[in-house]
Write a new protein. Structure first.
Length: 320
């Protein structure tokens, strides 16, 4: 299929946003159209906060299969553990039900967890990694799970309880680089992202508390592994952990790398992330969908590995 052109862009704006492209938006999109498929362009428009807060999105959510039917939640067995999921959640719940959520990244994270270790799960969602880590680190280990979405953390806690784990502390806050509030905007299912609390709210949005990881330092006695998947706020999370890293040492970090999402926040971009990685003396590797870990010399090399993918999973290993 041919790449979208300006007429396709105008049609997407009219149908999804109910308006013509503004000049700033037009100038941003036009140079990128040749590198995008029609699906990628439409997805990009639909990922905007304007669309998520608009009437079209509200109509789609209200009329989606399962909406308003009280489908509820169910318990499923996966990899020898019990998980509570929303069966209509196409992002994570349906994958967990098949026992194969992120099969490339899951073994990479578990390989770093040993009995007695401490795992910090930032953007824990419904708890796939938190529950797996609770088993891996054992009774002498510790899991701290941060998840601001109330429905997600409820499912996480139910899964923890169903498995009888007493080594998980789940905290209903969003980690950031400062104390404050933000709007948590649902993308459908269990997936969501943080936006500045500027008063604008759409269907399914919540105002949530934001705190740096440094505030929770006294809950830790060590820090071994972190997973950070927060839809573009990854660098804010890392900046809010400076004191904890100084106190307990730099952990192995797995984070989602999405350049366009990083740029939603001031002084946050791929280059800013690269500068942080250099300052804190980490080596980088991309965990490919095959499970292979490909070393990357710098953030430019990581970006080069994106190819047609929208995001990559990156492993940061502290240098000695």
């Amino acid at each position: 299929m041919a790449a979208p052109d300006e007429a396709d862009l105008r049609a997407a704006f009219r149908l999804l946003l109910g308006r013509e492209p503004d000049e700033e938006g037009r100038q941003w999109w036009l140079p990128r159209l040749a590198q995008l498929s029609m699906e990628e362009m439409v997805t990009g428009v639909m990922d905007s906060r304007e669309f998520r807060s608009g009437a079209v999105c509200q109509h789609l959510l209200a009329t989606a299969p399962g909406a308003g039917t009280g489908a509820g939640t169910i318990q499923v067995d996966a990899v020898g553990l019990k998980f509570w999921i929303d069966p209509t959640d196409r992002f994570i719940g349906s994958e967990v039900a098949r026992g194969a959520y992120e099969p490339h990244l899951t073994p990479a994270i578990l390989a770093e967890l040993t009995p007695g270790a401490t795992f910090v799960d930032v953007g824990a969602n419904i708890g796939w990694y938190s529950v797996l880590a609770a088993r891996a680190v054992g009774a002498q280990g510790r899991v701290l799970a941060f998840e601001p979405d109330p429905e997600n953390i409820d499912l996480l806690l139910r899964s923890v309880t169903s498995n009888g784990f007493a080594n998980v502390t789940a905290l209903p806050v969003a980690l950031s680089d400062r104390t404050g509030t933000a709007v948590l905007q649902r993308y459908g299912g269990s997936n969501a992202a943080l936006f500045a609390d500027d008063g604008a709210k759409g269907v399914g949005d919540h105002r949530v508390s934001c705190l740096p990881l440094d505030v929770f330092g006294d809950l830790l006695t060590r820090l071994d592994v972190m997973k950070v998947d927060v839809e573009g706020a990854e660098l804010l999370v890392l900046r809010g952990a400076d004191t904890v890293f100084s106190r307990y040492g730099r952990p192995v970090i797995f984070l989602e790398f999405t350049p366009s999402a990083l740029e939603r926040f001031p002084t946050s971009s791929a280059d800013h992330l690269g500068a942080w990685v250099t300052e804190y003396r980490y080596d980088m590797a991309v965990v490919r969908s095959s499970g292979e870990a490909v070393a990357a010399a710098d953030i430019g090399a990581v970006s080069d590995l994106l190819g047609d993918e929208q995001h990559l999973d990156v492993k940061l290993t502290p240098r000695s």
